[in-house]
Design a protein around this ligand. Sequence first.
Ligand SMILES: NC(=O)C1=CN([C@@H]2O[C@H](COP(=O)(O)OP(=O)(O)OC[C@H]3O[C@@H](n4cnc5c(N)ncnc54)[C@H](O)[C@@H]3O)[C@@H](O)[C@H]2O)C=CC1
Ligand SMILES: CC(=O)C(=O)O
Ligand SMILES: [Mg+2]
Length: 371
Amino acid sequence: MKIAVPKEIKNHEYRVALTPTGARELVGRGHSVSVQAAAGEGAGFSDSDYEAAGARVEANVDALWQSAELILKVKEPQAEEVARLTANQTLFTYLHLAAEQTLTQGLMASGATCIAYETITDARGGLPLLAPMSTVAGRMAVQAGAHSLEKAQGGSGVLLPGVPGVAPGKVTVIGGGVVGENAARMALGLGAEVTILDKSIARLEVLDDRYQGRIKTVYSTADALDQAAKESDMIIGAVLIPGAAAPKLITRTMLADMKPGSVLVDVAIDQGGCFETSKPTTHAEPTYIVDGIVHYCVANMPGAVARTSTLGLTNATLPFVLALADKGWQQALKDDPHFLPGLNVHNGQVTYQAVADAFGLNSIDPASVVA
Ligand SMILES: NC(=O)C1=CN([C@@H]2O[C@H](COP(=O)(O)OP(=O)(O)OC[C@H]3O[C@@H](n4cnc5c(N)ncnc54)[C@H](O)[C@@H]3O)[C@@H](O)[C@H]2O)C=CC1
Ligand SMILES: CC(=O)C(=O)O
Ligand SMILES: [Mg+2]
């Protein structure tokens, strides 16, 4: 199979979808791999590393896209990338379609087969291709939020650990999944007072057992959210309903109850965000202020630590990439019931229910297109 790896073009996105190690695996199985010149540079891989692995380095972007059967990316395609996609191509990347109607329409119009990393499941009920980047983003959320609390960033001037004689800052994490637990761990490590809100009692039980009371767990209700708004120095948004738009849990009205200069870090922004006042930002300009509250809403947080993130992401994606290359998308999805829900768009139709629901579209059962 002819496989292409473009250089990512989203703002400050330095990850790459395939490492030289991955290229070597594919080439060893008889596939042809073209990597755009300098695609791996931001993650510490040179063109010559890819050539040594048997890949071709392609400087011509048009030629790279036109010759590909399978395109491997990290972030959702940007407008100029959507325009390049054709009906006979398969795209494998993060898509987060429920947050972006124009992208959904563009992918439908392309006729391409679009498989999302974030809706692939595993036997334990997890999201194995989202989890490594959720781990990164959760760990980064606290350092981004702590920086945002500084006065120069518009923050309240609270130092999360406090000092002897001065109480630590309060961090509330909404959603105790992969992002939430990793954020809570970092906040705990810094010495903050940490509370996790979740709707899943089973998940709260795991966290309670694991942290033995060092992290408070609270069932997420409107009252609990109101209290969190009043008390917290930092609130981290980490909820997810897989594939769907995030629910808005902190409203604009609630900002008035927060302490001036408190910080909202909306990690769930890639699914549209879980605070009413969130809008996507970039690493170039990560924060903005609404009603005195600092908002950090970067949709590709792991791109900033591209070396670690690329290695973590490609460890998880490689087995799926090999299956797509060896078997073709139809057989690969048919053979693996956890890979199948990755299919979001095929031949002009949405194949993921929650994405269709977000835009009032019809969806078709992915099983029907691989039968
Ligand atoms: N901005 C960025 O750069 C990145 C963003 N993310 C995003 O972070 C979000 C969280 O991802 P994960 O932690 O992997 O998901 P997860 O599925 O591991 O955890 C989500 C948690 O939210 C809980 N939840 C759902 N609805 C809730 C509600 N109304 N109130 C309280 N809790 C609720 C669930 O019970 C679950 O425990 C996703 O939108 C993901 O795409 C992930 C990586 C990078
Ligand atoms: C998950 C995601 O959106 C990212 O890693 O950028
Ligand atoms: Mg996006």
